[in-house]
Write a protein that binds this ligand. Structure first.
Ligand code: APR
Length: 253
């Protein structure tokens, strides 16, 4: 179905005039960059056990296994390139007055595509810190390092600065994301199964505060019933068209 018809007249009018846009992305936005998602049939959680690899308990039980799994993911991410969805979102940020990109991803492909204001709810894979004292770790993390380094201050194990299951999200980042959701007029939900909270609650906060939701995902999610429009396409295909349409609508105003 053609994008305009799919969005409908009311949404087209809002897209033409809205001041405040917010976006929540998940692993699906990086799928076309060759980075595996988590809950798709061939996703990471079909191959690995999250409690063993993405939790403090799993890390302390087997630091080397967790360290090497993140080294593997870092290698995949470093070999990946931003795809047209990341690039389209960086362009959208330039088109609209207020834009907040909230991501659950740790791959920093949004930043590599040129996005400026990115809220990383689940941390990122570039930064590291001590699992014991919390100090940021400044040492070089090369692919050859097969064991977690030791903290120069306390001797604790160094871990990636990603948010593991059971851990709190960075408080300031979550507060900013919730503010963006509360004030958004348009909220895009792209490439997330919306299974993990509090991230998955952000589109609902936006909806409750009157935002119009657009979901971009080949597969329906439990957010779909709240969406004013669902674009059942891959993000790398849909996003360039959606952003071009938004640019056209706003240039006609
Ligand atoms: N374009 C858009 N969406 C896609 C694409 C694509 N090319 N490919 C897959 N998807 C969709 C899937 O249909 C699915 O709904 O992306 C979603 C990916 O869902 P998950 O694998 O659950 O990833 P995500 O929602 O980001 O997971 C949230 O869970 O394990 C934790 O910390 C991890 O940040 C992650 C969080």
């Amino acid at each position: 179905m053609e994008m305009r018809a799919l969005l409908g007249q009311r949404l087209l009018e809002r897209l033409a005039t809205a001041e405040r846009f917010a976006v929540l992305t998940g692993a699906g936005v990086s799928a076309e960059s060759g980075i595996a998602t988590f809950r798709d049939p061939n996703g990471l959680w079909a191959q690995f056990r999250p409690e063993e690899l993405a939790s403090m308990e799993g890390f302390l039980a087997n630091p080397t296994r967790v360290w090497q799994w993140y080294q593997y993911r870092r290698h995949v991410i470093e070999s990946a390139q931003p795809n047209p969805a990341h690039i389209a979102l960086a362009k959208l940020e330039q088109i609209v007055p207020t834009f907040t990109l909230i991501t659950q991803n740790i791959d920093r492909l949004h930043q590599r595509a040129g996005s400026q204001r990115v809220l990383e709810l689940h941390g990122n894979l570039e930064d590291h810190h001590c699992a014991q004292c919390g100090r940021p770790y400044q040492g070089e993390i090369s692919a050859e390092i097969a064991q977690p380094p030791r903290c120069p201050s306390c001797g604790g194990l160094i871990r990636p600065s990603v948010v593991w299951f059971g851990e709190l999200l960075p408080a300031g980042v979550l507060a900013e994301a919730e503010h963006a959701a509360r004030t958004a007029e348009i909220f895009l939900v792209i490439g997330t199964s919306a299974e993990v909270y509090p991230a998955a609650g952000l589109p609902l906060i936006a909806w409750h505060h009157g935002a119009m939701l657009i979901e971009v995902n080949p597969t329906p999610t439990h957010l779909s019933s709240y969406a004013h429009a669902a674009i059942r396409q891959k993000a790398g295909v849909a996003m360039p068209h959606l952003v071009a349409l938004i640019e056209q609508l706003r240039s006609n105003c």
